[in-house]
Structure formats: C-alpha cells, structure tokens
Design a protein around this ligand. Structure first.
Ligand code: PAF
Length: 282
C-alpha cells in the first residue's frame, strides 16, 4: 500500500489507474470502514482510501481536537484489507489557504435533521468531499466511491452533489455494520463507558419500534407520525438520553412521507457526552 500526503503525489500514483474506487474516511477505522473497502474492491482498478479529519465539518464546541486519531492501526487495517493507495493529506495539503469557496448543498436536504442540529455540517462535508474527489478523480473518465448508509443524509447529499455537478463518479451506499447486539459501528462508540455502551443499543431498538409502529399506520401516516415520533423521543428521554430527533422520512429526499413511499427511520441522540446517530430502512 502506498501512503501519500500531497495531491501531487496522489495523482502520480494514480496516473495509470483508469477507474479508481475511493473510500473517504476520517480514520479511527473499524469493521464498518473495512466493509466499505471490500465493497469498493470490485468497482475499480485501484482502491484508494483517505484519512482526513476535516475541521470544516465540526462546530466549534464539537470534538475536532479529541476525535480519535489511530494512525498505525488504521494503516495496518487498510493494508490487510488490500487498499492500494492511502491518501492522508495534512491540513495544509487540502487547505493551503482558508477555504472561502465552498459547496453549499440544497438547504431542503442539508438544513434538516443533522444539518439542523449541526449547522454548516453538510457544507463542510460537501466541500471536503468535492476536494477529495478532485484529488482522486481529476482526469479520469469514470470512478466510483463508497459511502456508508450509517450516515444516510450524508449519502443523499453526496449523491445529489455528484448528480448536480455531473461528476463522472458512481456513488454506492454500503449497509451499516452492527455489533452483535445491534449497535451500529461508529468511531464515536469509543467514547462510551461500559454502562453507556450497554445502553447505546436502545437507539436502534427505539428506531425499530418506531418503524414497526409507522408500518401499522402505513395508510394514514401523516395523521399518526407526529404522535409516534413524540412517543419514541419521550421513551429515550426517560432512559436518560437527550434525543435530537427520531423520525420517519421518505428515503429519496428525507421529506415527510406520503402513503406508499419507501421509508427510512432516522435518529440522533446524546448519551452522556456522546452523540450517536443511526437509521433503519423499513
Ligand atoms: O463520513 C465521514 O467519515 C466524513 O464525513 C467524510 C465523508 C470522510 C468527509 O470528511
């Protein structure tokens, strides 16, 4: 596996690749990231991963400084997984000057849910992903990139960006990897103490229950969803969580669903100091 830090080095290593397959990450890799690499393998002739903790997508009070950085372990996992090139830019390589030109996603998609509770988050994500795409795919006729469905809204934002800018990149979503008890794998699970870790799976339990209740009222969703969502939020709150949202939306654009839409249940809630997100397609 070649490890490169600058965009120039990366492009040199990708010169002979016709169709790179790319997995962007912020490091602190776990089995979920390795599943993305495995999904990317058949999609390209050169498998590229990136590790970059992107300051632009953190709010001032969030965990940019303390975000876990586990370089040696990440490299070993990527190498074992068969990654060809690891792009690990230093901050100066991606942001050599203040990033004043940014990608602003559609507010209808990007200012709701995660974007509502983390204002500017999707501008930070879209901007860095555009920069990473330009670094990896510039000059290529076609490429692929894989993003986890764990960050469901992020996947939709990136798909829309690629479509709107007509980037020659196919975006694939990858199923969420879970621990045996159902907790979605996440770098932030490492912040949980033992009792929080045991409690954490109740987010996915609450989402599943909300999904089941929504299916009972599939023919009259609009009338019943607000109450069902409130009940789910209240249930988690009673267990000691601070929920941001638990909601049923249509998969295509995360708007309020109409009868017959394909649905996804999404949730975000804080347990102690750790904010967890999860979702289930139903
Ligand atoms: O999902 C992530 O890890 C990040 O948001 C991404 C896509 C690597 C951009 O920084």
């Amino acid at each position: 596996m070649h490890i490169v830090h600058s965009v120039a080095e990366l492009r040199k290593h990708l010169a002979s690749a016709q169709h790179p397959a790319f997995v962007p990450t912020m490091g602190n890799l776990h089995a979920g990231h390795i599943a993305l690499i495995n999904q990317a393998k058949p999609l390209g002739d050169c498998i590229v991963a990136s590790i970059f903790v992107n300051r632009l997508q953190f709010l001032p009070h969030e965990d940019f400084d303390s975000y876990p950085r586990t370089w040696e372990n990440d490299c070993a996992q990527l190498k074992a997984a068969g990654c060809d090139v690891l792009f690990a830019p230093r901050e100066n390589d991606l942001y050599p000057e203040p990033q004043v030109v940014k990608v602003h996603a559609d507010p209808a998609l990007a200012d709701i849910l995660e974007g509502h509770f983390r204002p500017g988050f999707f501008t930070g994500v879209s901007t860095v992903v555009m920069k990473l795409f330009m670094a990896v795919f510039a000059g290529k006729a076609q490429g692929s990139a894989v993003f986890g469905k764990k960050d469901y809204q992020q996947l939709l934002v990136i798909q829309q960006m690629v479509r709107q800018f007509a980037l020659p990149i196919t975006i694939q979503g990858a199923e969420t990897c879970r621990d045996a008890d159902g907790l979605a794998l996440s770098s932030r699970n490492g912040y949980l103490n033992d009792s929080e870790r045991a409690e954490a799976l109740y987010l996915s339990i609450a989402l599943r229950k909300l999904g089941q209740n929504a299916q009972v009222f599939a023919n009259s969703l609009q009338a019943h969803l607000p109450d069902l969502e409130d009940k789910a939020i209240e249930g988690l709150r009673k267990r000691g969580w601070q929920p941001d949202y638990l909601t049923v939306r249509r998969r295509s654009d995360l708007r309020a669903p109409q009868t017959g839409d394909a649905l996804v249940v999404l949730g975000a809630a804080k347990l102690g100091n750790t904010r967890l997100i999860d979702n289930l397609e139903i």
